[in-house]
Design a protein around this ligand. Structure first.
Ligand SMILES: [Zn+2]
Ligand SMILES: [Zn+2]
Length: 280
């Protein structure tokens, strides 16, 4: 294991342990299901995703950036901005691409089937932040690799982005609740736990908001920011009505086969949209 992966793994375990401890000490919401049922499946899916990612892209995304540099591929290798600017713009570019990728996964029905597995978690905590279908991870790797090649993002920017994205995802999925006034201040810059829980609401109009994984400005810039849900955070209906909390719905096999399930027809989402339309 090289020094780079060791630093990345240490940051990952550091942030994960810290947020897991905080949510254990001060849980914002109580889960309907025992922790071990969800954690077993959520963490198994992380391991499977990581193995598949390694198999299809042995070079890692930083390797893609080095390849782009060696072959002078991408805008930055022709415009040649100062290194610090290339790093800042590179990180921003990748974060913006991930915001739009997330919107696309909600918009296109076949992609939603894959991403729905993330939303089917009946409770949101640190492990939800890592629970993505291996197919979503593969598609996302392809999108990120293309984004790196297009701009010629420096390898350091790729590493900073990946570490930050991972840490932010664990942070904003953790089951803690900051006081509303602190949350509102923080929300000017980042996606907080309350904001991301709105994204995990069962109501379509709320699910289709707060797509950012780290900073909140993409949602503000592109009109998808929602500061408050209709229900208070304490009793927000989280998850997908199609997948009520059960041991069965939390098995690894169910998680992996969820994209094959038919889309729900009589969801709260549809009812909620009807209410929304009548109010227009
Ligand atoms: Zn989503
Ligand atoms: Zn989420």
């Amino acid at each position: 294991m090289n020094e780079n992966s060791l630093i990345r793994l240490s940051i990952f375990f550091g942030v994960f342990s810290l947020m897991a401890l905080l949510e254990l000490a001060w849980p914002a919401r109580h889960a309907a299901l025992k922790r071990r049922y969800r954690w077993q499946a959520n963490l198994s899916v992380v391991v499977i995703g990581a193995i598949i990612a390694r198999l299809i892209l042995p070079a890692t995304l930083a390797g893609v950036a080095i390849f782009a540099q060696d072959n002078q591929l991408g805008l930055f290798h022709h415009l040649v901005p100062p290194p610090w600017l290339a790093i800042v713009l590179g990180v921003l570019w990748l974060d913006c691409v991930i915001y739009w990728q997330h919107r696309l996964f909600h918009r296109v029905p076949v992609l939603w089937r894959i991403h729905r597995m993330h939303h089917a978690d009946s409770h949101v905590d640190t492990t939800t932040g890592l629970r993505f279908h291996p197919v979503e991870i593969m598609l996302s790797l392809g999108i990120k690799a293309a984004a790196i090649l297009l701009l010629g993002v420096p390898a350091l920017a790729v590493v900073i982005f990946e570490v930050a994205l991972n840490a932010f995802s664990i942070f904003n999925h953790s089951n803690i609740r900051l006081p509303q006034n602190i949350d509102d201040k923080l929300a000017r810059l980042v996606i907080t736990q309350r904001l991301h829980r709105i994204h995990h609401s069962q109501y379509a109009a709320e699910t289709n908001s707060n797509f950012g994984f780290s900073v909140s400005w993409w949602d503000k810039l592109f009109g998808s920011f929602k500061a408050r849900a209709q229900q208070p955070d304490e009793n927000l209906d989280i998850g997908q009505q199609q997948y009520p909390p059960s041991k069965y719905n939390s098995s690894l096999w169910r998680l992996l086969t969820m994209p094959l399930d038919k889309p729900a027809t009589d969801t709260k989402s549809a009812a909620y949209n009807a209410i929304d339309d009548s109010q227009k």
